[in-house]
Design a protein around this ligand. Sequence first.
Ligand code: CS2
Length: 450
Amino acid sequence: MHLGLGAFHRSHQAWYTQHASDAAEWGIAAFTGRRPDAATALSTQDCLYTLVERSAGGDSFEVIGSIVEAVDGANVDRLCELIAANETAVVMLTITEAAYGLAADGTFDADSPAAADDLRALSAIAAGGTGAPGSPLGRLVLALAGRRDSGGGPLAVVSCDNLSANGDVARRAVLGLAAALGTGLGEWIGANVSFVSTSVDRITPRTTAEDIEEVAEQCGYSDSSPVVAEPFRNWVLSGDFPAGRPRWEEAGAVVVDDIEPYENRKLWLLNGSHSILAYAGQLRGHSTVAQALADPVCRKAVEDFWDEAANHLNADGLAIPQYRQALLERFGNARIAHRLAQIAADGTTKLRMRAVPVLMAERAAGCTGAGSALMLAAWIDYVATSQDFQDPLASEIQAANTLEGGERVRALLRLVSASIGNDAAIVDLVQGLCGSLTANKAAAAVPTRP
Ligand code: CS2
């Protein structure tokens, strides 16, 4: 099963499942998250779709068939029916970082927008009422209660969102919500549900109308739902699968005991620099990752942040110089039009994973952390100027934006992380960097068009 049927799931976990050596024994029932129409579009073509692998040199095409059922996420009855089934072994999640209801200190926040409505809905159900939770994790909790009642047995929940220790985060969120259903559900989940942590990687921009036309021209058939991705892919997993899983390792996935070094390498070096490029790049007039990276000011901000992050990536075998070099090549692939606006969404949640740990580690080591602080400053400048940023805390950001100077910086940083927003020296550091990315904008040679 998969919750969060979007382009990334289709370029990543669905690809690995198709290429597992025992692929014929498995099929994915995928539920939509924010785009219910994705289920209708896929269903009308038997859930088959084209994966366009886009390298700097050209495109190649492959039909993916590992998804066997595509369902509107609001169809909670079907979700409950499938999760209750004994044959269901794995529930994968790509539901976005913001959907886990994390507080600014990283714990589960029952008052977060993601959790509060679900807790109300689940409590009403526990009291004998009807209705259903509206978020993927709330729906999952209801379905897990059904699996317990039907004796469906243990299974694995596999978070594939860009959060550190994402399995633990998923466990905390699921148990936090399960408490509303009472009746020992938390104990059952503790004994029967394994929460697997993973690090996932494959750059997958949103599909465009031109991509759809290209598939029609090159493949000779009409596909309303192709997905475009870079050739690179990576999947590292850690945890138990009590009911089995596809042999993803035969398709290149890596199973490890200690996932933390891999997660940090990916979250800090790839996602962290993506966030710098998203905010700094848009402030400087760019719209794609490749354009922003070609701007020396953005490139320097990325390299400075990487230098800081590398100080805290010391596990054996991480090959940081090679990883950085590969990222420069991946980001520089201008045939992948990865929109900065897409990456800029949900800054409060993303920066908590991408900037804060590096900044804290640098400060603890007696360094300034200016490279990580610049990511935060770029976001602060961006939310002041962007007309339409998306964030689970958008109204809190708007309220903070009405404040002035250091008060505004402090209020915004507190939305990302309490420990950072409450540290006067960090607030000063970030405030001092605000405006610096655009200060020399007129002087810089800034390419703004592909
Ligand atoms: C990006 C990621 O949108 C974002 O926040 O940083 O989606 C990134 O492209 C993927 O994690 C790459 O694996």
